[in-house]
Design a protein around this ligand. Structure first.
Ligand SMILES: Nc1ncnc2c1ncn2[C@@H]1O[C@H](COP(=O)(O)OP(=O)(O)OP(=O)(O)O)[C@@H](O)[C@H]1O
Ligand SMILES: [Mg+2]
Length: 308
């Protein structure tokens, strides 16, 4: 068996007294798409930054393609890793092409290779027309697309994507997904953070949910859904300030309920039975039956801080 792409043991990062990543363990196989989910401030970006060697680790061990993270190996690791950072760190004064050129030099590409690679990536992110524009003249989503093109320049074995689709229009989002699937077919390893649960469910082979610097649960998306929540959810839509009370006859069916501002979510194993009871009990309200998703897992595990 070849080495895993990444192994982290008791990995830790603190800033002064503040612990941003609090002793996490994970192993990412080569060719896998591995996701990090979690609310704002959970420690996802800090973990990504340790992986792409932008910040030193404070404790534990981190091994990337067999190299121990640490100054002696960081240059080697950086050459193997493509990065799409969460924050735009493009040079605003330079043109799109000039920004890409700087990275081609880092990867040691010849002028001809660099030109071809940059052109094909700008084509992919649909930015040929802006190739000569200064970055400061681009829209937010266009800047994101330049970052994506830049991350792919070195044909990386490992691609770290920190919220790559935030700010992208639906078309650009789907284009990126297609590209990521194609990369995976070529055995690249992908590490991804996202706040879009549908994206995580589609792209990730396995994922972890982090909260307050710790990993709180992990697994394949479908496994997580089966383990953490029921198979079905009945949504009861209401217009009152307060969600309707659960009638006595439904209590035995409902394993857990969650009141959102406009809906009552009822987590049930027997969806058919629950929806027919709901329709009988609340004839004036709209009730819908759906399968549980990763979003339900997220809500359960991390509470509702994001919505509050
Ligand atoms: N350079 C730094 N100095 C001090 N604290 C930091 C630094 N970078 C991050 N932190 C803190 O570490 C915690 C984790 O931040 P991080 O950026 O990893 O969160 P995240 O999970 O990526 O969140 P988001 O979803 O908002 O991007 C936060 O409380 C943040 O304030
Ligand atoms: Mg982040």
């Amino acid at each position: 068996m070849p080495d895993p792409a990444i192994t982290a043991k008791a990995l830790r990062k603190s800033y002064g007294d503040f612990v941003a990543v609090d002793g996490i363990d994970f192993e990412i196989e080569r060719g896998e798409c591995f996701g990090f989910l979690g609310p704002n401030g959970a420690g996802k970006t800090t973990t990504m930054r340790m992986i792409y060697r932008a910040v030193p680790i404070t404790g534990g061990t981190l091994t990337i393609f067999g190299h121990d993270a640490g100054s002696a190996n960081d240059r080697v690791i950086k050459r193997l890793v493509g990065v799409v950072p969460q924050e735009n760190n493009l040079d605003e004064e330079l043109s799109v092409t000039e920004n890409l050129d700087v990275f081609c030099r880092f990867y040691g590409l010849s002028r001809k290779e660099a030109k071809e690679r940059a052109a094909s990536l700008l084509d992919f992110v649909n930015l040929n027309e802006k190739a000569k524009s200064k970055v400061q003249e681009l829209s937010g989503g266009m800047k994101r697309r330049v970052l994506i093109a830049r991350g792919l320049l070195g044909n990386p074995q490992l691609l770290v994507l920190d919220e790559p689709t935030t700010g992208l229009d639906p078309q650009a989002r789907h284009n990126l997904w297609d590209r990521l699937f194609a990369l995976k077919r070529k055995d690249a390893t992908l590490v991804l953070t996202t706040h879009y649960m549908d994206e995580a469910e589609q792209l990730c082979d396995r994922l972890v949910i982090m909260d307050k610097g710790k990993i709180v649960t992990q697994g394949k998306p479908r496994e997580l859904i089966e383990r953490e929540v029921t198979r079905h959810v009945v949504e009861v839509w209401h217009e009152e300030e307060k969600a309707p009370e659960l009638p006595e006859e439904m209590r035995a069916l409902v394993r857990r309920s969650e009141a959102l501002s406009d809906r009552l979510l009822l987590y049930v194993d027997d969806g058919e039975a629950a929806i027919s009871l709901a329709a009988r009990h609340w004839p004036a309200l709209e009730s819908r039956l759906r399968r549980s998703t990763l979003e339900d897992v997220f809500l359960k595990i991390t509470g509702r801080r994001l919505e509050e």
